[in-house]
Design a protein around this ligand. Structure first.
Ligand code: NAG
Ligand code: NAG
Ligand code: NAG
Ligand code: NAG
Ligand code: NAG
Ligand code: NAG
Length: 763
């Protein structure tokens, strides 16, 4: 097995521009747009048998608003979906006049226009692997009794990762979903692994105005959903690799968990109404965790479908895990900042791919490569000549003498790689200042570090007969430091919720081996290669998210009584802030220590999350209190829109929440800053325990914890404490951070760590 990923920035941006143009094209008076309409279902007139009847009659009545629409049948207002779980209401295609009239209808709460959603995958070329999380696997029986709902672009059901070999026939009893038939997809495409598959195309179909959807079923033709599903819950597949790289047994984080896929992302575009419908069904079908590797690429709104749908999921005890976005490394770019979801950013792991250069005099140098063929370059002349060594002109390269060309460190490595790929040279050695986050290579090229390059250049310059060999298709497990925060990953703070630290945690996201559509040939732009494979290496917070979703799923299986907040807390307080050199994790954007605004609490640490010692729990009303103090200035009606319920109000707005991390945001007016956080922890260890607070204060801050010792007499006992930060800085504009760690003084060996951030509002 082996393949290439057709994922280049150009086609990706093109895809986004296209989504936008679909939406922007609709603006004249009779043109209709999709609206998501929130209704107060308690106001349904008695005459209607069901909400669907009621909503249908409302939409039907709108036909008379605009006489022109009566003439032309095709353009009457139409109902898309009825929603019962993610929110209460429906979606419909309406023009401006119809919307105006709808607003006067009994029970109307609000309407919002459909916006494009974005899949979270960047193609940052760096290769990683999954970790086998043994302790949690054993305790959860690999997730056999739990179900994950994937809201994405569908699935390639025949892929070996989705076979049900070894899966028990006892599908969890609460499962209410089904396998929806469609183009190239029938009920026999589901099995004991893939227990559900549905697709939601009403909004996209409408937008296409009669043009056909290319794959009108839950079948994935873009690859994104297949990748995400395999990372979260792929079955074991032996001998998987990407052209011989990263070879081994492929598996998801929860390899025995059941998969339910909800296709809401289409090659033709993604629409809010379809996304809400997918989440609505996932909740009703009985999934335990919902994984959403998507976000809005405009500033998040409090009532976008992911916010609204995930709040309903929270109320039903469903954990929602989302991608932090790939808009980094600028600050305040974090997507999906809602306090009630887990927001996951991306890291590297310690596996990297490449080959070995052997110089004629016997020295070995390892370097980066993803050259997809088994070729070995054996004892070729080593050519180092200026201006050839700039390696940025295919024409010049085609005049090169036979041999391996040694290129100088240039400003544009990608351009050098593409020049070499489109020339006829037998092989090349390129130089980069570090070997992190390098592009994929489709040429017989090896990228070495500038440190290693000195000896290679010396040898080439001082030997007329210099020669070299290169072996490709090697995987190395020694990347140091690792993990590191990916450069592309979005950063906090989340301006909408400035009292909540986001992102929450980091998970492997760069160059992860994942299932791919075997018939989808994928090649980098400009390379003369078109290859197929069952597996690819992909990067992005889209890939990090399903890792965390899988961990949440396993935790849910072991601790079914834990609330979504408790599961999040366990994942956050056990995350590891150190790398494999036992130093603080670094940020690839700066090569300096990563702040919690980049990595949250650190790298997820599944086996520790199994037994976190203490948890910070929170109820839905607590989240509403935070929403009430957000920058959105919400009214009671807005709160009803987000929560789809009249049970919540803003009588106790609060910027703080019983959250497992701390952030204090200041501005010119608020320094010196004194802020107190109140927290309550629940003992989920085996029995009595005593914890001691250990604080690393952020620079220029004084941190007090009171009380600084917590004595628990038994399991599930709760204790409160206050933490006060006093921050004095001579001048603004710097992020400082530290941590509060509750250390179990007994045999329990728990450390419950919360990052602390003090940062200016505008960083
Ligand atoms: C589903 O499709 C496959 C392949 O097209 C076919 O062999 C099978 O009989 C179909 N199953 C059902 C239940 O329709
Ligand atoms: C590479 O070699 C082929 C065949 O020898 C030739 O047709 C082609 O023009 C060459 N490409 C370049 C960029 O020189
Ligand atoms: C919210 O209210 C505050 C104070 O009334 C105001 O300064 C701010 O502009 C408002 N924000 C929005 C988004 O309306
Ligand atoms: C707000 O909600 C609380 C709890 O549900 C309730 O006790 C209170 O009366 C509500 N306040 C208002 C103004 O609706
Ligand atoms: C925390 O501070 C609040 C407000 O000052 C106070 O009412 C509460 O008793 C304190 N809690 C603890 C555990 O000290
Ligand atoms: C406590 O846990 C750490 C890892 O978290 C481990 O290295 C250490 O050996 C443990 N100590 C005891 C006494 O179990």
């Amino acid at each position: 097995m082996g393949s290439v990923l057709k994922v280049n920035r150009l086609s990706f941006l093109f895809f986004l521009a296209w989504c936008l143009s679909i939406l922007l094209a609709k603006s004249t008076a009779l043109e209709r747009s999709a609206y998501i309409v929130h209704m107060d279902k308690s106001l349904m007139p008695m005459a209607f048998r069901s909400h669907r009847n009621w909503y249908t009659s409302i939409v039907d009545s709108l036909r008379f608003v605009n006489p022109a629409s009566l003439v032309e049948q095709q353009s009457s207002p139409s109902l898309l979906y009825v929603y019962n779980n993610a929110l209460h209401g429906f979606s419909a295609f309406l023009c401006k006049d119809e919307l105006k009239s709808l607003k006067k209808s009994r029970g109307f709460v609000s309407a919002s226009k459909d916006k494009p959603v974005k899949l979270e995958t960047t193609y940052t070329p760096q290769y990683l692997s999954l970790n086998p999380f043994h302790g949690l696997w054993l305790d959860s029986n690999y997730g056999e009794d739990v179900i994950i709902g994937i809201i994405d672009s569908g699935i390639w059901p025949e892929h070996p990762s989705f076979k049900d070999d070894g899966m028990s026939a006892r599908v969890p009893a609460k499962w209410q979903g089904s396998c929806q038939e469609g183009e190239d997809f029938n009920s026999s495409n589901c099995n004991l692994k893939l227990i559900g598959a549905k697709y939601f195309n009403e909004a996209v179909s409408h937008a296409l105005e009669g043009r056909k959807i290319r794959m009108n079923s839950a079948r994935d033709i873009t690859g994104h959903g297949t990748v995400v599903a395999s990372v979260a819950a792929g079955n074991y597949v032996n001998g998987a690799s990407y052209f011989g790289y990263a070879e081994g047994t492929a598996k998801g984080v929860a390899p025995r968990a059941r998969l339910a896929v909800y296709k809401v992302c289409w090659e033709e575009g993604n629409y809010d109404a379809d996304v809400v419908a997918g989440i609505d069904h996932a909740i009703a079908d009985g999934v335990d965790v919902i994984s959403i590797s998507q976000s809005y690429f405009f500033a998040p709104k409090f009532n976008d479908p992911i916010s609204v749908g995930s709040f309903s999921a929270l109320e039903k005890g469903i954990v929602v895990s989302t991608a932090a976005g790939n808009y980094g490394p600028r600050f305040t770019t974090v997507a999906n900042p809602m306090p009630w979801v887990l927001t996951v950013t991306a890291s590297s792991t310690d596996r990297w791919l490449g080959g070995t250069l052997t110089l004629g005099m016997g020295l070995d140098v390892t370097g980066w490569s993803t050259y997809p063929y088994k070729t070995v370059l054996q004892n070729l002349p080593l050519v180092y000549k200026k201006p050839l060594s700039s390696c940025d002109s295919p024409a010049l390269l085609s005049t090169a003498p036979y041999g391996i060309i040694l290129c100088d460190l240039g400003p544009f490595l990608e351009r050098q790689i593409s020049s070499i790929t489109s020339s006829n040279v037998s092989g090349a050695i390129l130089i980069a200042s570090t070997l992190f986050e390098l592009p994929k290579t489709f040429c017989a090229c090896l990228v070495i570090s500038s440190k290693d390059a000195r000896v290679v250049i010396n040898y080439a310059e001082s030997n007329i007969m210099a020669s070299a060999s290169i072996r490709f298709q090697q995987s190395f497990m020694d990347a140091r430091p690792s993990p590191t925060v990916a450069r592309y990953a979005s950063r906090g703070p989340a301006l909408a919720f400035s009292g909540i630290l986001k992102p929450d945690v980091m998970a492997p996201g760069s160059d992860v081996l994942a299932a791919w559509i075997p018939t989808l040939p994928v090649t980098e732009e400009g390379s003369h290669v078109s290859l197929l494979s069952d597996y690819i290496l992909v990067s992005g917070t889209s890939i990090a998210c399903p890792h965390a979703s899988g961990v949440a799923l396993l935790l849910k299986s072991v601790h079914p009584e834990w609330s979504p907040s408790a599961i999040k807390s366990a994942i956050i307080t056990t995350a590891n802030p150190l790398d494999n050199t036992l130093e603080p994790i670094r940020d690839l954007a700066t090569y300096l220590q990563a702040s919690p605004l980049a990595m949250g609490a650190g790298q997820i640490n599944p086996n520790q999350a199994l037994d976190p010692g203490l948890i910070y729990d929170a109820a839905p009303q607590d989240y509403v209190n935070v929403l009430c103090s957000s920058t959105f200035n919400l009214t009671q009606k807005d709160i009803e829109r987000v929560t789809s319920s009249k049970n919540y109000n803003c009588s106790h707005p609060s910027r703080d929440l019983n959250y497992p991390s701390f952030i204090a945001v200041y501005n010119d007016q608020t320094i010196p800053l004194i802020q107190t956080f109140q927290r309550t922890v629940t003992n989920v260890g085996k029995g009595a325990a005593t914890y001691k607070a250990i604080v690393t204060a952020p620079e220029d801050s004084e941190v007090r914890v009171s009380p600084n010792r917590l004595v628990f007499g038994k399991k599930f006992e709760r204790h409160s404490y206050n933490m006060t930060i006093k921050f004095k800085a001579s001048y603004v504009q710097q992020v400082s951070y530290g941590a509060l760690v509750w250390v179990d003084e007994g045999a329990g060996n728990h450390t419950v760590r919360s990052p602390i951030v003090v940062c200016p509002f505008v960083v």
